[in-house]
Design a protein around this ligand. Structure first.
Ligand SMILES: Nc1ncnc2c1ncn2[C@@H]1O[C@H](COP(=O)(O)OP(=O)(O)OP(=O)(O)O)[C@@H](O)[C@H]1O
Length: 726
């Protein structure tokens, strides 16, 4: 696709106008990247951050915020009178996801590696998978050491830190907190001379209680005499609070965009002006059909080559990836999936495969993802962003849309909005300075038209097509049901709950869009079905009354909701097999066990019926499940903290315990304690049961993790089907 430069950004002046001027080695890298001028956020932030000012920076997506903190950090290191020693921390940069942290690491790496003398060309992968020149000679000749990335994928962080002698640490909050504050970290990583702390995507970092706790721990550990900078495209009240905690007389830099249409006053907006931000109204049943048509229309009419499609949950990404990969209409598209349930290495490979894919309109690429890719990730050349589900957090909206139209390029974003109350979302966003324009419904010839008065018959043709794939593998049916349920739950968690109301969900419509074989047995659906029957009965009665009285139909009001018909696919569930042989064997075994339990006598039958009844009564609604979930999360949190403490203690002794080893240690510790308290039998038994269960579940976890790793490795070797983990 021809990607012309958009109307924005109005550039913020030449780099040479900065006073004092940037160091020549930094200018060299800027020139090498072809960045002729600064963006407005850069010209506003860099001079202040180089001097002694704390900055809180808010500027639209893709406006160049990363260089606005990378350059000042590097300049301050360069200008410092007493040079940093190897391993002495000069700057810590915190980002909410490993993808974003890794991207920031790459930018620092690009600058610092430019100083490695050219006679040392050997560039190898460091232990974080980042390309770095690690030969002893180059390390000694380079004036500043390379940065270190501290995230979930970082192997042996202390060893890497010591071998690189890094002054700049970049990572996610939890990992950085453990890295800095574990006994080993306290002895190895010196922070007394730390100069700068940066929080990128600060509002997201501070809106999560866990991240916030970790950041506060890190802040307390760092010297007060430091510069602190916060960056985001969407600042919130949480940021105001943290400003009070750790910033000193910060300057607030807000880069506003104004859009002026003919005959109207200029309006402020929170999205890039080069972004064509649109919404498309369709029924829930037509969502997948419209997604496919938008993909095809953009390729055929605008020669689009790269797409990002957002879903609300990991299960939905996983499911649609499998379904869309099988659709003949998408056979020339290269699909990739990315979500938080994938192991770190696979996430990394997925992202780089997608970014580096040589796509064109003849061979377009699509990334299906959750909000894990919504913030900060710099996809250089995305043509269209599609939001299959509007985000549960409205702040994510502009971040998602902002994966396109970056650095002044043009781009398009489309959000699929359900017909009816969901259309209020457009006004809701307009108030938040995110204006959307309407993209018409696409018919079968990909021509824009009004949303059809009755459900598009092709939505039902697509349902049949998806069902045909699902019938080839029971696994797909399971995944579809999981995706459907998880998306419904996400729907009920929308912050704009007065727009996205659970009572308005069209279950049949969504099930059509997902291509389900049958509706999952959920209490909410049973309730909804009852309402539907009652409403249909009422409408029928009213109609009959109108006809009997001879009242003009047009004059009498019948609140006739649109109820879609639904028919379960006739499936022989006992013989519906998994494609995976081992999975199918396990299913057959479970089935024959269940059959052998079929009661023979009337008494046995009565017992079984009573048991079933009790079970169905115990089925809870989501509200009750929510409470249970919170308690479960608290329990897990406690367990994680205990494991963390054990790990930190082990690190202090210079050894790193794996999960089995740490459990053995705690088992040993507990058995010692039991010896002392031998007389207290009850406690002793509880402990044994606890430990035994934990031991079993850990072994199970490790076993499944190993087999997952093996199969994902196999899949990668097979050629890109990395998401097929079975
Ligand atoms: N002065 C410049 N001239 C041209 N391109 C630039 C300039 N500065 C940065 N860029 C490019 O603009 C793109 C977006 O930059 P960056 O990722 O820093 O945006 P951002 O404001 O942090 O976006 P987000 O809010 O989505 O994280 C990058 O590809 C970057 O290389």
């Amino acid at each position: 696709m021809d990607r012309p430069t958009g109307a924005a950004p109005a550039f913020g002046g030449s780099w040479t106008t900065l006073n004092p001027p940037l160091s020549p080695w930094i200018m060299d890298v800027i020139n090498k990247n072809g960045f002729a001028k600064m963006t407005p956020v850069q010209s506003g932030t860099i001079p202040r951050a180089i001097k002694n000012q704390d900055c809180v920076v808010e500027a639209v997506t893709g406006s160049g915020k990363t260089l606005s903190f990378v350059i000042p950090v590097l300049e301050r290191i360069t200008r410092r009178e007493r040079k940093y020693k190897k391993g002495e921390s000069a700057a810590v940069v915190i980002a909410p996801t490993r993808e974003l942290a890794s991207q920031i690491h790459d930018v620092f790496h690009q600058f610092l590696s430019s100083l490695i003398p050219p006679e040392e060309p050997a560039s190898v992968e460091d232990e974080n998978g980042a390309s770095s020149s690690t030969s002893a000679a180059s390390k000694t000749k380079a004036p500043y050491p390379l940065p270190i990335l501290v995230t979930s994928g970082t192997a042996n962080p202390y060893e890497t830190f010591q071998s690189l002698g890094s002054n700049i640490l970049i990572g996610t909050p939890g990992r950085l907190a453990s890295f800095l504050l574990s006994p080993r970290g306290l002895s190895v990583v010196r922070v007394s001379e730390l100069d700068v702390l940066v929080l990128d995507e600060a509002d997201r970092l501070l809106s999560s209680p866990d991240h916030r706790r970790d950041i506060e721990r890190i802040m307390k550990h760092l010297p007060k005499q430091r510069r602190t900078h916060l960056f985001s495209a969407t600042m919130t009240d949480a940021v105001e609070e943290i400003i009070g905690l750790g910033l000193r007389n910060p300057v607030r830099i807000v880069v506003n965009l104004k859009e002026k249409k003919k005959g109207e006053d200029a309006k402020e907006r929170r999205t890039p002006t080069a972004l064509q931000n649109t919404y498309l109204v369709c029924r829930h049943a037509e969502k997948t059909l419209q997604l496919l048509r938008v993909l095809q229309a953009e390729v055929q009419k605008a020669e689009a080559a790269k797409f990002v499609v957002f879903f609300s949950t990991c299960a939905a990404v996983d499911y649609f990836y499998r379904i869309m990969s099988r659709l003949p209409s998408l056979s020339k598209y290269h699909l990739t999936s990315l979500h938080g349930d994938l192991p770190p290495r696979i996430r990394e490979t997925a992202l780089s495969n997608f970014i580096n894919h040589p796509s064109s309109h003849l061979s377009p690429a699509i990334l299906l993802c959750t909000d894990v890719a919504a913030r900060g990730v710099d996809f250089p050349d995305i043509d269209v962003v599609i939001q299959y589900d509007p985000p549960t957090d409205p702040k994510s909206f502009s971040h998602r849309a902002g994966r396109t139209a970056r650095a002044g390029r043009r781009g398009k974003a489309v959000v699929l909005i359900g017909k009816g109350r969901e259309e209020d979302y457009v006004d809701f966003l307009a108030i938040r300075k995110i204006p959307l324009t309407k993209q018409p419904y696409l018919d079968s010839s990909l021509t824009g038209t009004e949303t059809p008065p009755m459900v598009d018959p092709e939505a039902l043709t697509l349902l049949r097509e998806i069902r045909r794939f699902i019938l080839t593998d029971r696994e797909l049916a399971d995944k579809g049901a999981k995706a459907f349920v998880s998306s419904l739950r996400a729907y009920t968690k929308h912050e704009a709950s007065f727009i996205f109301r659970s009572q308005d969900i069209d279950f049949h419509g969504l099930a059509i869009a997902y291509g389900l074989l049958r509706l999952p047995a959920m209490p909410e659906i049973k309730e909804w079905k009852k309402k539907r029957e009652a409403h249909l009965k009422l409408v029928k009665e009213k109609k009959q009354a109108i006809e009997a009285d001879g009242v003009d139909k047009a004059q009498a009001h019948v609140d006739e909701k649109e109820w879609l018909d639904w028919e379960d696919e006739p499936v022989d569930w006992d013989n519906f097999a998994y494609a995976s042989k081992s999975r199918e064997q396990a299913r057959l075994l479970a089935l024959s066990k269940k059959r052998s339990e079929i009661p023979r006598s009337a008494e046995e039958k009565a017992q079984l019926d009573a048991k079933r009844k009790m079970k169905s009564q115990m089925k809870e609604a989501w509200s009750e499940q929510k409470e249970r979930k919170v308690k479960k999360e608290e329990r897990h949190d406690k367990r994680d903290k205990r494991k963390q403490a054990e790990w930190e203690a082990a690190q202090a002794n210079g050894e790193e315990l794996g999960p089995i080893a740490s459990l053995r240690a705690s088992k040993k510790q507990k058995s010692n304690t039991r010896d002392v308290w031998k007389n207290d039998d009850s406690e002793d038994e509880d402990d044994q049961v606890d430990l035994g269960n934990e031991w079993k579940s850990l072994k199970k976890e490790i076993k499944s993790e190993k087999s997952e790793k093996r199969s994902s490795k196999k899949n990668i070797e097979k050629g890109g089907m990395f998401d097929d983990l079975d």
